[in-house]
Design a binder for this molecule. Structure first.
Ligand code: SF4
Length: 294
C-alpha cells in the first residue's frame, strides 16, 4: 500500500525530510580518600596462624559445567553495565554513513493512508512486527478509516479485527481511547507536538517520535528494541533507558538526520544485527563495531 499522508494541510507539517532521528558525557570518579587508622597502627598485631591448606577435590558436585548466565547488558553487546566502549563521534558518523548506503530505501514499514492510520498502526505494532500489523490494518481501516469512526466503533468488532497483533484487548482499548481523545481534543486530527501526542492514551515517546518523523517531518529518534540494542552494540550509548539513549543519540548526530538514522538502525537490526546471532560477517561496519564477532 502506498504511504500517503493526506490528513494535514502542508502548513501544519514541518518542512523536513520525510525519513530520518544522542550526548555522551564522561564523568571522572573522585579519588577515594582512605583514612588511616593511626591508633590501630600502634597496636601490636597478633601473629596470625597460617591457615591449613585445604585440598579441594574436583567432583561433578562442585564443578559447574554451565557457563555463567549472560547479563542483559552483555546480550545488548555490552561487557557489563556501564562497560560499553563508546566510539568516537567520527566513527559513529562513518558507521551511520555506511549503513545508509546499505539501506538507501529505509523507510517506515507500516502501511497507512493518513496520519491517524499511521498513529493507530504504530500503537498496534507494540510487541509484534510491522508485517503482522500490516495484515490487520487494511480490514480495520476499511471499517473504521477515521478517528471519529474508530471512536464510535463497537469494541468487540475492533478486537476481532486486530486479534493477530496480540494483546488485542488492551490494544483495542488503547486505539479507541486514542481516537476518542483525538475527536474530543483535536477535532479528529493528529496533533503535531511531542507534548500533545504523548498525552494521548497508548502513546509514548517512541510512538510519538515515529509519527512526528514520518508524518510531519519533525526530526526524532525512535528508540525501539532495535535502536536500543544497536546503540549498545555499536558503542553509541552506554545507557539502557530509552529516553537516555534518545538523548545520547541526539547529541551524537545532526538533528536533520535523526529520523532517517533511526529508521536505518531499525532496518539494520531487522536485517543483519539480529538480537540473537547477529550476522557480523555480512555487516558493512564489522571493522568499526566494538561488538563485532568476526
Ligand atoms: S558487526 Fe555484528 S554486532 Fe556489530 S553492527 Fe554489525 S552485525 Fe551488529
Amino acid at each position: 500500500m502506498k504511504k500517503t499522508i493526506a490528513a494535514k494541510p502542508k502548513s501544519q507539517a514541518k518542512p523536513k525530510s520525510k525519513t530520518s532521528t544522542a550526548k555522551p558525557a564522561v564523568k571522572s570518579k573522585a579519588d577515594k580518600k582512605i583514612a588511616a587508622d593511626a591508633s590501630s597502627k600502634k597496636q601490636t598485631k597478633p601473629v596470625a596462624k597460617p591457615a591449613a591448606k585445604k585440598t579441594i577435590v574436583k567432583t561433578s558436585a562442585n564443578v559447574s559445567k554451565k557457563p555463567p548466565a549472560k547479563s542483559k547488558a552483555e546480550n545488548l553487546g555490552k561487557k557489563s553495565k556501564g562497560a560499553v566502549t563508546l566510539v568516537p563521534k567520527a566513527v559513529a558518523q562513518e558507521m551511520m554513513d555506511r549503513l545508509c548506503k546499505r539501506y538507501p530505501d529505509a523507510d517506515c514499514e507500516l502501511d497507512f493512508g493518513s496520519t491517524f492510520q499511521l498513529l493507530t498502526s504504530v500503537i498496534l505494532s507494540a510487541q509484534t512486527t510491522d508485517v503482522q500489523v500490516n495484515k490487520c490494518t487494511p480490514g480495520l481501516f476499511k471499517k473504521f478509516p477515521t478517528a471519529k469512526a474508530l471512536a464510535e466503533a463497537n469494541i468487540e468488532d475492533v478486537k476481532d479485527l486486530i486479534k493477530p497483533t496480540g494483546y488485542y484487548n488492551a490494544k483495542a482499548a488503547n486505539i479507541q481511547k486514542c481516537a476518542q481523545a483525538l475527536v474530543e481534543k483535536f477535532g479528529g486530527e493528529v496533533p503535531e507536538t511531542l507534548e500533545e501526542l504523548t498525552q494521548l492514551p497508548g502513546v509514548g515517546r517512541k510512538t510519538a517520535n515515529v509519527v512526528l518523523g514520518v508524518a510531519f517531518g519533525v526530526p526524532g529518534w525512535t528508540v525501539d528494541t532495535h535502536v536500543q540494542r544497536l546503540s549498545g552494540r555499536l558503542g553509541l550509548s552506554n545507557n539502557t533507558e530509552p529516553h537516555k539513549i534518545e538523548i545520547d543519540l541526539q547529541n551524537l548526530y545532526p538533528e536533520k538526520d535523526w529520523t532517517k538514522y533511526s529508521i536505518t538502525l531499525i532496518w539494520h537490526g531487522r536485517r543483519l544485527c539480529y538480537a540473537r546471532n547477529p550476522n557480523c560477517a555480512e555487516c558493512p561496519i564489522n571493522d568499526l563495531c566494538p561488538s563485532a564477532q568476526v
